[in-house]
Design a protein around this ligand. Structure first.
Ligand SMILES: Cc1ncc(C[n+]2csc(CCOP(=O)(O)OP(=O)(O)O)c2C)c(N)n1
Ligand code: SF4
Length: 287
């Protein structure tokens, strides 16, 4: 592998096994590029991958990489971020895992606001298992699991995150790499739970939400004059009923992080603290 010194981009023939043209390549490239330009060394970052096509990037990022159980990457990453809060902790998940199996973890992470970055590769279906409908599949969308069309309305993860007061809420698009990299940089710089939903076309199973389909609808929030500190306006843009799909930073707020709230972390990361267990305290109050 060689690194282009001017762009920090890797030239390599060793690439993940995604289908040619898959939107997962964009996030993979964006993340590696951001880690390089922000000088986050491999030993300073932990990336937790969920299960799915999105998870298949796990062997291709120069950092500590882990695979979580399906839908469970956020609590695993939270544990890592508490054990060593010096690490930049990042979660990569598919929309099925994030908004189906892992939806409860998403909402509780928003509440506790751990200092980590959560990126969801939203291809609007379960891709690795060959294209079943997910919580973000469009109503009426025909898939192998919904042959007559999805009957439910799609979940709106951006509106959900804003309504729950997530401290950083953004949406990116796999077809706009520099823009996506800006959102990832912002998320890594943010203190708290930084959430980015990424439109990630699955070129094999999703013939509805294609790159071309997105290019017609994508609008950049910063070009629309959006103020990310304005929560009511962020909410309005998230639920707007017109066909436009805004991307960019919807909302950002400063809230105490989970790490801030835990006195045990004040002397420094747990991994640096002496491992002492005072067993007598277990029996306090017992006769
Ligand atoms: C608890 C659990 N349920 C189901 C599966 C089977 N499974 C593996 S990958 C996958 C689809 C993943 O879809 P998504 O999370 O959207 O990620 P994508 O493949 O689209 O990136 C499923 C259902 C599993 N591994 N574990
Ligand atoms: S099935 Fe879809 S999401 Fe999975 S690698 Fe292929 S194009 Fe990408």
């Amino acid at each position: 592998m060689t690194i282009d010194p001017s762009t920090h981009r890797a030239e390599t023939s060793n690439v993940p096994t995604w289908c040619p043209g898959c939107g997962n390549f964009a996030l993979w490239s964006a993340l590696n590029h951001v880690l390089a330009v922000t000088n986050i060394a491999p030993h300073q970052a932990a990336v937790v991958f969920d299960i799915g096509c999105s998870g298949n990037g796990a062997n291709w990022v120069k950092a500590y990489c882990f695979h979580g159980l399906h839908g469970r990457a956020v609590p695993l990453a939270t544990g890592i971020a508490l054990a060593n809060h010096r690490l930049k902790t990042i979660v990569i998940s598919g929309d099925g895992a994030a908004y189906g199996e892992g939806l409860g973890h998403f909402l509780h992470a928003i509440r506790s606001n751990p200092d980590l970055t959560y990126i969801v590769e939203n291809n609007q279906l379960y891709a690795l298992t060959k294209g079943q409908a997910s919580p973000t599949s469009a109503e009426g969308f025909k898939t192998v699991s919904t042959p007559t069309g999805v009957t439910d309305e799609p979940l709106n993860p951006i509106a959900l995150a804003i309504s729950a007061d997530c401290s950083y809420v953004a949406r990116g698009f796999a077809g706009d790499l520099p823009h996506l990299e800006g959102l990832i940089q912002g998320a890594l710089a943010h203190r708290g739970f930084a959430f980015i939903d990424v439109f990630q076309p699955c070129v094999t199973f999703n013939r509805l939400n294609t790159f071309a389909w997105f290019y017609e609808r994508i609008r950049k929030l910063d070009e629309l004059g959006h103020d990310p500190s304005d929560r009511p306006s962020a909410w309005q843009r998230a639920v707007s009923a017109n066909d436009d799909l805004p991307i960019g930073l919807f909302y950002r707020a400063e809230r105490p992080t989970l790490q801030d709230r835990l006195p045990v972390l004040r002397p420094g990361p747990l991994v640096d603290q002496p491992l002492t267990v005072d067993l007598s305290r277990l029996y306090e109050g017992l006769s």
